[in-house]
Write a protein that binds this ligand. Structure first.
Ligand code: URP
Ligand code: ZN
Ligand code: ZN
Length: 479
């Protein structure tokens, strides 16, 4: 398919300019003014619109088996919902059960993802440790294009990884040239607090944030950061929800440490009052970790994004329907943790970020696409409108508006956490691998069209780090 996007303004992370964009054979073939339409090309009139790199959502969980159930959104429906909102690539997570062979889990997730309609890649979680894990990390890096390993510091008695595993895995990742990522919450503390809150008679969803205060997140973020500092490995902290974790990241960055921070669109816009709603179904729908926070944190997080101390935005798309959330009707600890958002990430960030003046359009592109591509080493294949890049593009109509609702969205879940929010600025067209897959409200996707995207390791960066490591070699005192 040949597609010519005519008359729009290209918005990249570094600059905006008037240009047509020609997509041929899945690649951006040309970017320039007054491009001729090849015979048979589909023409998209982008007059008055912005032509931006498709969103990259670096944090999703399609069909995740979790807390006794399986997330309702699978790779096909989830990537389709992403395309409807302008997101053209996801990085999901392989999460082995403790003691499960890592390669077996990886192969399982690869099989599940084959039905994806847009491109995808995987972070691999390290949930336990032995020699096989040590060896499999190398196989994943060298043979399967995995350059990031995830560590859950929460979810005790499930997928939580203790400090010893964290240290083993961080050390190994550094040797291999991979980046490490963490879900930062002190899982032991959460476990104790959950027990305490429940025993005091709080069994409803309001117990969820009470048992996971911001300090629990700040402590874990700081611990992971300091471990990464000692081991000299770059670190990416997922879903920062509060001042405490952002301060830990900012402090480390100011000290010259290579630490990155992600924020969810939902944490920027939703506060913890949702948990005090008297309707269990409503309150449970917002149960996710870390929980939504008091309003002051939202301002702090926006400032983190504006200052560049937080570099990426994600959805943490992890869907559970009301009947699944009902597992925790009598005990908030059993409510499956997770909320949706892949389809709405770009539009809520545009409306509340760009339209309010908090972010420029270029910063919007940076935090929705380019930075994720650079941090996870798929740039400039992804994350830019440039000749030779993959033709993953969103045509953005700043004048279009809509009211978000589960009745009209494409997400396979019965609740939308942004329900009723009116946003101005939406995707009019999404192009994935050079094909128009979403136009004016209609999806036209093909099961299995999504490709697995290899992400190579960060060799040049590590060469620089090695110098520091040598300087830090221990020296024995001669006696
Ligand atoms: O509550 C959440 N975020 N569920 C998905 C798993 C995770 O912690 O990211
Ligand atoms: Zn998490
Ligand atoms: Zn997650």
């Amino acid at each position: 398919m040949t597609v010519l996007i005519q008359g729009g303004t290209v918005v990249n992370a570094d600059r905006s300019f008037r240009a047509d964009v020609l997509c041929q054979d899945g690649i951006i073939a040309a970017v320039g003014e007054g491009l001729d339409a090849p015979k048979g090309a589909i023409i998209i009139d982008a007059g008055g619109q912005y032509v931006m790199p498709g969103g990259i959502d670096p944090h999703t969980h399609m069909q995740l088996p979790f807390m006794g159930t399986v997330a309702s959104e699978d790779f096909e429906t989830g990537t389709a919902a992403g395309l409807a909102g302008g997101t053209t690539m996801i990085i999901d997570f392989v999460i082995p059960n403790p003691q499960q062979n890592i390669m077996e889990a990886y192969k399982q997730w690869r099989e599940w993802a084959e039905k994806s309609v847009a491109d995808y890649s995987f972070h691999v979680a390290i949930t336990w440790w032995d020699e096989s894990v040590h060896a499999d990390m190398e196989t994943l890096v060298k043979k399967h294009g995995v350059n990031s390993f995830k560590h859950f510091m929460a979810y005790k008695h499930a997928i939580m990884c203790d400090d010893e595993t964290l240290i083993n895995s961080f050390t190994r990742a550094r040797e291999l040239g991979a980046i490490v990522t963490v879900h930062a919450e002190n899982g032991d503390l959460v476990f104790q607090l959950q027990k305490k809150v429940f025993e005091k008679g709080v069994s409803g969803p309001e117990g969820h944030p009470l048992s996971r205060p911001p300090e629990v997140e700040g402590e874990a973020a700081n611990r992971a950061i300091r471990i990464a500092e000692v081991l000299k490995v770059p670190l990416y902290v997922v879903h920062n929800s509060c001042r405490q974790s952002l301060e830990a990241i900012t402090r480390a960055r100011n000290e010259g440490q290579r630490v990155f921070g992600e924020v969810l669109a939902a944490h920027l816009l939703i506060d913890d009052s949702v948990y005090r709603n008297e309707d269990f179904e409503f309150a449970a729908a917002y149960v996710m970790s870390p929980p939504f926070r008091s309003k002051e944190n939202q301002d702090v997080l926006w400032r983190g994004l504006q200052s560049g101390n937080l570099q990426t935005t994600a959805s943490d798309h992890c869907c559970f329907c009301a009947d699944q959330k009902a597992a925790g009707k009598d005990d908030f600890r059993l409510i499956p943790n997770g909320t949706a958002g892949i389809e709405n990430r770009l539009e809520v960030l545009w409306h509340h970020g760009v339209s309010t003046g908090r972010l420029t359009m270029n910063e919007f592109v940076r935090v929705t696409s380019t930075n994720a591509a650079q941090i996870f080493n798929i740039y400039p294949r992804k994350g830019t409108i440039s000749e030779g890049a993959d033709a993953d593009i969103v045509v953005w109509d700043p004048a279009a508006s809509k009211t978000i609702s589960t009745k009209t969205d494409h997400q396979n879940v019965d609740f939308n956490i942004f329900e009723g929010m009116t946003v101005k600025g939406c995707a009019s067209h999404t192009i994935s691998q050079g094909k128009v897959v979403y136009a004016n409200g209609e999806l036209d996707v093909e099961r299995g069209a999504g490709r697995y995207i290899d992400r190579p390791v960060f060799a040049p960066y590590y060469d620089a780090l090695n110098i520091q490591a040598q300087q830090a070699e221990p020296v024995a005192v001669k006696r």
